[in-house]
Design a protein around this ligand. Structure first.
Ligand SMILES: *Cc1c(COP(=O)(O)O)cnc(C)c1O
Length: 375
């Protein structure tokens, strides 16, 4: 093993997608692989997800979609976060579907399509209450009219009408029903403008698992593809039949004896209380170990649980291992699926006050991803 690595179990990704596919019923599954597959490696995870029954891939940026195409993946791909200056022409040429929330984006897409002599595939996005991307209720009629005109002119093909939920991880939350209703109204407005999209989609992981009324024609799970629960209200990974795909591990770089009263790491935010041994772990905040894990991050070394001792540094942190039998070269597991007693990404999220999404997605570029399973 290298000094440290994030091992990614592609069989778990494939099996998680199969679980999501069963939940989705007759809806298609778009596996969301943005942000380097939530830190797991975009292309291998995309392939494993397609193997597991996904028929679409979802990313934020056109560049991410182009990287999928460059890797030879020809499944339908939706890129939903366009900004001025994006290479819409390249997206159109590569047959990438793009999301449109505003008239200027539609203009750019229509121009690229006219130049290419090929209709661009678009998904019109309605803001049904999240208050993020999407056209607001007052702006929606003009957007769908403009899109209908572009479609009539052969410049765009409105493949989808879609939206995104604010509280899918709180299934009984009153905004959920309101957003589902607002989405229905947005579809009606689009229908009256003459648009009949083949793919209506609203559901992220949480809604795929817990809100069948939000499934429509296509679901867009992300975090659950990687085996993580979208939130405590939905249960643990195990409750949901999901398996966390990533194990973040390292090898102890150094073990040394120190006396009681030794301050440890920057600012001496930990001080030894007895004569003891300190183990140095060569992963730091540059690698995604949150600095907030100082004195609280859980780790497993040689099968035993310990806690980060003192400040997490850029490249390393220290663990007071007492008189346990730990030596340089021993394996340290920061998090994994949890079945060998190691901490999970959920444990880290809870310890540092964030969500499991952030724990896995922030694993840094310096950490090699080792993909195992699902060749
Ligand atoms: C990231 C994202 C998803 C996936 O969300 P999860 O909670 O990870 O399932 C789906 N749709 C959109 C628009 C997103 O930005």
């Amino acid at each position: 093993m290298s000094r440290f690595a994030a091992r990614v179990d592609l069989d778990a990704v494939r099996a998680n997608v199969a679980v999501l596919h069963r939940h989705a019923g007759s809806a298609n599954v778009m596996a969301v692989v943005k942000a380097d597959g939530y830190g797991h490696g975009m292309v291998p995870c995309a392939r494993a997800a397609l193997d597991g029954g996904a028929s679409w891939l979802g990313v934020a940026f056109v560049e991410e979609a182009l990287a999928l195409r460059a890797a030879g993946i020809d499944a339908p791909v939706l890129a939903w976060l366009l900004a001025p200056g994006d290479d819409v022409a390249a997206a159109t040429a590569a047959g990438i579907d793009v999301s449109v929330s505003a008239g200027w984006t539609l203009d750019a897409v229509a121009t690229a399509a006219a130049d290419a002599g090929r209709a661009a595939r678009v998904h019109l996005k309605a803001d049904t209450g999240l208050g993020r991307a999407g056209a607001t209720v007052p702006d929606w009629p003009a957007l769908v009219e403009q899109a209908a005109k572009c479609e009539a002119d052969g410049l765009v093909d409105v493949v989808g009408v879609w939206s995104h939920l604010a509280y899918a991880d709180a299934p009984g939350h009153p905004t959920v029903a309101r957003q589902v209703a607002a989405y229905g109204e947005a579809l009606d407005v689009a229908g009256r403008a003459g648009l009949h999209p083949q793919f209506r989609h609203l559901a992220n992981s949480a809604a795929t698992l817990a809100l069948p009324e939000a499934h429509f024609d296509l679901v867009r799970p992300g975090v659950a593809v990687y085996g993580l629960s979208p939130g405590p209200a939905l249960g643990t990974s195990a409750d949901l039949g999901l398996r966390p795909a990533m194990t973040l591990r390292a090898e102890v770089a150094l073990v040394k004896h120190v006396e009681a009263g030794q301050g440890v790491s920057y600012g001496h935010r930990y001080t030894t209380t007895t004569s003891t041994r300190l183990a140095l772990v060569p992963l730091g905040y540059a690698d995604g170990v949150p600095r907030h894990a100082t004195n609280v991050g859980p780790v497993q070394i040689g099968g035993r649980r310990f806690t980060v001792s003192g400040t997490v540094c850029m490249d390393q942190f220290v663990v007071d291992v007492g008189d346990t039998d730990v030596s340089a070269g021993d394996e340290v597991v920061l998090f994994g699926p949890g079945d060998s007693g190691e901490p999970t990404a959920d444990d880290w999220a809870q310890a540092v006050g964030t969500i499991n999404y952030e724990i896995v997605t922030r694993v840094g570029a310096r950490v090699p991803r080792e993909h195992v399973g699902a060749a």
